[in-house]
Design a protein around this ligand. Structure first.
Ligand SMILES: [Fe+2]
Ligand SMILES: [Fe+2]
Length: 298
C-alpha cells in the first residue's frame, strides 16, 4: 500500500467532520494526480464547506449510521441498496460518456461507469461474505441484474430515456464529485459496521474488497476535482463559487431528507417518489427489486 492510501485509511478511521471531507479530497487528488493543486476546486470546496456544511460531515451522522447498522437486516438491505445505486450511477455515467464530445472526458467517464458497474457486483459479494445464505439463490441471481455489466471493450451508447444522454458540463462533474465524497464517508462508516456482522473467516476477503472500492472512489473524487478545476479556469469566479454553494446546498437537502427516513443512499424506487430527491433523475428506474421482496426502505 502506498503512503497516501495508508493516509486515506487513517483519515477514514476518523469521525465524519468538515475537516475530514477536505482531507479526503486532498488525499484523493494527491494519490491519483500527484503535483496537481486544483486551486479553483479547493477554493470552491472550502467556501461550500463553510457556507453549506454537509450533514455527512458531522459526528451525529456517524452516530446515526452506527445505531442503525447494528441491525443485521438493515445492514444487509443497505448493501443491496448500495449495489442498486452503483448500477444506476453506472448507467448515468455511460450515457454521459456516450454523449461527451471531449475524448479525454469520454474515456474518464467510461472508465468511471465500468468501475461503478463492477462496484455493484462487489457490494453483492460483500453481502454474500457478511451475511452468508441471507438471500435465496433465486433472488441472488436476480440481484445480479442491478449491475449493467459494462466493460471498457463495449461500445458506448446513451441509455434509452436517460436525462444524462447529454454533453457533460462542469455542473455534472461537480455533482459527481460531491456524491463521490459522500460515498467515501459512507465507506468509512460501513467498514467497521460490516466487521461486526461478518463471520471471522470471511473478514480478510471483505477487507480486500473494501480496499478496492476505496481506491476507486478516491480516483473518482480526484478526476472529477481535476476536471472541475480545469473547466473552471474559463468560468467567472463568482459564478463558480455560487455553483459550489448551490450544489452543496442541494446535496445537503437530499442527504437530510434521506436521513429523516434513516436511509443512507436511498433506493432508486424511493427516490422516484420524492421530487426533491435526485431531482434530475427521471430516467427509467430499474425494477424496484427491494420492494418486490419486502426488503425495501418504506
Ligand atoms: Fe462506486
Ligand atoms: Fe464512485
Amino acid at each position: 500500500m502506498s503512503n497516501d492510501i495508508l493516509l486515506a485509511h487513517t483519515l477514514l478511521e476518523r469521525e465524519p467532520s468538515a475537516d475530514l471531507i477536505r482531507s479526503i479530497a486532498e488525499v484523493a487528488v494527491r494519490l491519483h494526480h500527484p503535483g496537481l493543486e486544483c486551486p479553483r476546486y479547493f477554493a470552491g470546496l472550502d467556501l461550500a464547506l463553510q457556507d453549506e456544511p454537509p450533514p455527512f460531515g458531522t459526528r451525529e451522522y456517524g452516530l446515526i449510521y452506527r445505531s442503525l447498522s447494528v441491525e443485521p437486516k438493515w445492514m444487509a438491505v443497505s448493501l443491496i441498496t448500495n449495489a442498486e445505486r452503483e448500477g444506476d450511477g453506472s448507467k448515468r455515467l455511460w450515457s454521459l460518456a456516450a454523449c461527451s464530445v471531449d475524448e479525454r472526458q469520454q474515456h474518464l467517464l467510461k472508465r468511471h461507469a465500468c468501475d461503478e458497474s463492477r462496484h455493484s457486483l462487489i457490494y453483492l459479494s460483500l453481502l454474500d461474505l457478511a451475511f452468508p445464505g441471507a438471500v435465496s439463490p433465486e433472488f441472488r441471481v436476480e440481484l445480479r441484474q442491478l449491475s449493467p455489466g459494462f466493460t471498457m471493450r463495449q461500445d458506448l451508447f446513451p441509455v434509452p430515456g436517460s436525462p444524462y444522454a447529454k454533453v457533460p458540463t462542469i455542473d455534472d462533474f461537480l455533482q459527481m464529485n460531491i456524491a463521490e465524497i459522500r460515498t467515501a464517508i459512507h465507506h468509512t462508516m460501513q467498514r467497521p459496521a460490516l466487521a461486526e456482522h461478518c463471520p471471522p473467516g470471511n473478514q480478510d476477503k471483505v477487507t480486500k474488497l473494501h480496499d478496492a472500492l476505496l481506491t476507486d472512489e478516491l480516483a473518482h473524487i480526484a478526476y472529477t476535482a481535476v476536471l472541475v478545476d480545469e473547466i473552471g479556469r474559463d468560468a467567472d469566479p463568482d459564478r463558480l463559487r455560487a455553483l459550489f454553494r448551490r450544489r452543496f446546498h442541494d446535496f445537503n437537502t437530499i442527504t437530510t431528507e434521506e436521513l429523516g427516513g434513516n436511509v443512507f443512499d436511498c433506493s432508486v424506487a424511493c427516490c422516484a417518489r420524492r421530487p426533491t430527491c435526485r431531482a434530475k433523475a427521471t430516467d427509467a428506474a430499474p425494477a424496484p427489486v427491494l420492494h418486490q421482496i419486502g426488503l425495501g426502505p418504506q
